[in-house]
Write a protein that binds this ligand. Structure first.
Ligand code: SAH
Length: 367
């Protein structure tokens, strides 16, 4: 491929690889998603039917409303601190926060205690969030990272956030685990490659039972645990966090890196910066890292179980009673959020809660 026919981001990746050699998949993901000018999230709204993918809050208002009631109950468990920070990581279009805050009207002292903090790297999405939440009568501030949010009692929400954080991959060979890299092939196309030497620090990350079961060629994925540790430290400073994402309850082997464009799977290397890149969340790894950092860890449980325990069915019935014309659409949305079929999110998506060790189990985890 000639550099002239490439997108600006592909050309930049080629230049980086030509100058300093193949790059880890984590660096590739980071550049594709967060490059300040050409990164996927930086200059577009990828959500909704006209975009590349849809998320639970965009499917039904009930999702965010139930999370709002969850947060209100957690705030009471925390003995109603004033002020209380409500932090959301990667708020997308601001839809979930709008629904959370509407549900918070049910508990006026909670709503009036709230300071909302949105952690968002994308200027384009931040603009949309400011529009969506502009006339809501609660103080809201925006931050580029969680570290910028002031300390203090907090409830933290993250829906479909961790899946966008960069992953590393390694491949098992007879001599050990080699990091999987991205290189250029002789025709100038981006292609997967392997680090020539096996890595002992990588081997040390692979759980012993997976190392034993891994055949030659097996792939193991991991993410930096820095952010989950930061969440755990914050909740121990008083509060709780709710992490909802697609992924697996136990660590496993396999390549889950995926590109999605216009609601279809795409080749992750074909159009850097033009498609969403994500990978399954390893909830066992989150559990371990958060537990080591001192937090109480609850779950993961399946999204269908969590939403049912929070009362999605009676809430849908009430909504249908006031809006009978919407009944079929509401049923479809609930089936999508809780269903176990290929398009359903009920079992693929998991929910994990972290809390200060003095707090009891949050709603949904107390069964
Ligand atoms: N939670 C929303 C959006 C999910 S898409 C929903 O459920 O609809 C992922 C979101 O995380 C986007 O808002 C994206 O811009 C943001 N994001 C991705 N990586 C980020 C990072 N490292 N820091 C902060 N925000 C990030």
């Amino acid at each position: 491929m000639s550099p002239l026919s490439m997108s600006p981001l592909a050309a930049e990746l080629h230049a980086i690889i030509a100058a300093s050699g193949p790059i880890p998949i984590s660096r590739y993901m980071e550049i594709c998603l967060s490059h300040p000018i050409h990164g996927y999230y930086m200059n577009r709204d990828p959500l909704g039917r006209a975009g590349d993918f849809t998320t639970a809050p965009e499917i039904s208002q009930i999702f965010g409303e139930l999370i709002g009631l969850w947060a209100a109950t957690v705030w009471q468990q925390m003995e109603s601190p004033q002020p209380a920070r409500l932090i959301e990581l990667g708020p997308g279009r601001g839809t979930m926060m709008a629904d959370v805050l509407r549900a918070a009207y049910a508990l006026p002292p909670f709503r009036s205690a709230l300071c909302v903090h949105l952690v968002e790297t994308s200027p384009a999405l931040e603009r949309g969030q400011r529009e969506r939440l502009g006339d809501i009568n609660v103080p809201i501030s925006w931050h580029r990272s969680l570290a910028e949010v002031p300390a203090g009692p907090a409830i933290i929400l993250a829906n479909e956030f961790f899946d966008a954080l960069p992953i590393h991959q390694a491949v098992k060979h007879a001599d050990g685990w080699h990091e999987r890299l991205i290189d250029m092939d002789p025709s100038g196309r981006l292609a997967f490659a392997l680090a020539p030497q096996p890595s002992l620090p990588i081997a040390a990350r692979v759980p012993a039972h997976l190392d034993e079961e891994a055949e030659p060629g097996a792939i193991f994925e991991w993410r930096s645990s820095a952010l989950v540790k930061e969440l755990a430290t914050r909740v121990c400073d008083y509060g709780a966090a709710l992490v909802i994402d697609y992924g697996h309850a136990d660590s496993g082997l396999g390549d889950t890196l995926q590109a999605v464009s216009r609601h279809r799977f795409a080749d992750p290397l074909a159009a850097p910066g033009e498609a969403d890149l994500t990978a399954h969340v390893d909830f066992a790894a989150l559990r371990t890292a958060a537990g080591r950092a001192g937090a109480n860890v609850h779950g993961p449980i399946e999204q269908s179980v969590f939403l049912r325990r929070l009362g999605i069915e009676p809430r849908a019935a009430r909504l249908k009673a006031v809006a009978p014309a919407q009944a079929a659409a509401i049923d479809t949305a609930i089936a999508r959020l809780t269903g176990a079929s290929a398009t359903g999110m009920g079992t693929l998506f998991k929910v994990l809660a972290l809390g200060d060790p003095t707090l009891g189990p949050p709603p949904g985890f107390d069964a």
